[in-house]
Write a protein that binds this ligand. Structure first.
Ligand SMILES: [Zn+2]
Ligand SMILES: [Zn+2]
Length: 273
């Protein structure tokens, strides 16, 4: 069975709808991985709202939602994920960075609590379960689909995911900061020989020195890592909201000039692996 990847939100930090963000899109992180009738969701940024509408149209009522971490741009679409209000639906929310901090359910509950949100988590009538795992665990949400996990370098901790099925693999590596000149050995090992890597490309190498410590990487580092790890394709992801369509077009052209197997992810884009 093929692995189909659909990008529903490709921005980092904050949603940025504007006439300058039409081509690449303004929603924050949300990626759907579909394998047969199984739906795996990675992050619940504002992009998950449109994914929810699509799932209702397609009558999909179950999914696992894997969180890299719980910064706003990765969770604040969840209250608007309409399928979670359907009593007939079933979702599991998983996170690997909160085992020592009270767990992911507490964070989701706080996000939807008075006085910052009017509808409590308990109003979601679907069968909603929360699971905290230790980073490094190999998950098998459905028989035959493996989801490997690894830690990334980001304030508060982040989990990277690698989905494997039928000899194919897709890695979701966002958010992470690199050290220039020192390729992250953990990431290199984690993404080795993958068919597709979705990588935190928030900045350019020129912008990076002013952003050290912010927890993000560059498209150039993404290419360096993917080449060194024999990766087949790279999706630039978690775009800086300050990168307009014009800026993103230049970035994508420059990236392609360096390596032909790279593209900048856009809202609504589907990639077959
Ligand atoms: Zn982020
Ligand atoms: Zn973050």
């Amino acid at each position: 069975m093929a692995i189909d990847v659909k990008f529903w939100g490709v921005r980092g930090s904050i949603a940025c709808p504007s006439p300058d963000h039409v081509v690449y899109g303004g929603n924050t992180s949300c990626v759907e991985v579909r394998i047969g009738d199984q739906t795996l969701i990675f992050d619940a940024g504002t992009g998950i709202r449109n994914l929810g509408k699509d799932m209702i149209d397609l009558k999909v009522t179950k999914a696992c939602i894997f969180l890299t971490h719980t910064h706003w741009d990765h969770i604040n679409g969840f209250p608007f994920f309409v399928p979670a209000y359907n009593p007939q639906a079933r979702f599991c929310v998983l996170a690997g960075h909160l085992t020592k901090q009270g767990g992911v359910e507490r964070v989701f509950s706080a996000q939807m609590a008075d006085p910052t949100f009017p509808v409590p988590l308990s109003a979601m009538q679907s069968k909603l379960t929360f699971e905290d795992f230790t980073v490094g665990t190999v998950l098998e949400p459905v028989a035959g689909i493996l989801v490997r996990t690894a830690p990334l370098r980001h304030p508060g901790g982040v989990t990277a995911y690698r989905v494997e099925h039928g000899g194919k693999s897709v890695c979701y590596v966002s958010d992470t900061e690199h050290v220039p000149g020192h390729p992250d050995k953990g990431v290199l090992e984690f993404i080795r020989d993958a068919d597709l890597v979705i990588y935190d490309s928030t900045y350019t190498d020129d912008e990076f020195p002013a952003k050290v410590g912010w927890g993000h990487s560059t498209w150039q580092e993404g290419i360096r890592l993917c080449r060194a790890a024999n990766v087949k394709r790279l999706a630039l992801f978690h775009h800086d909201p300050d990168h307009s369509d014009t800026a993103m077009t230049v970035i994508e052209q420059q990236a392609r000039a360096q390596w032909s197997d790279v593209f900048a992810a856009r809202d609504g884009m589907v990639v077959a692996v």
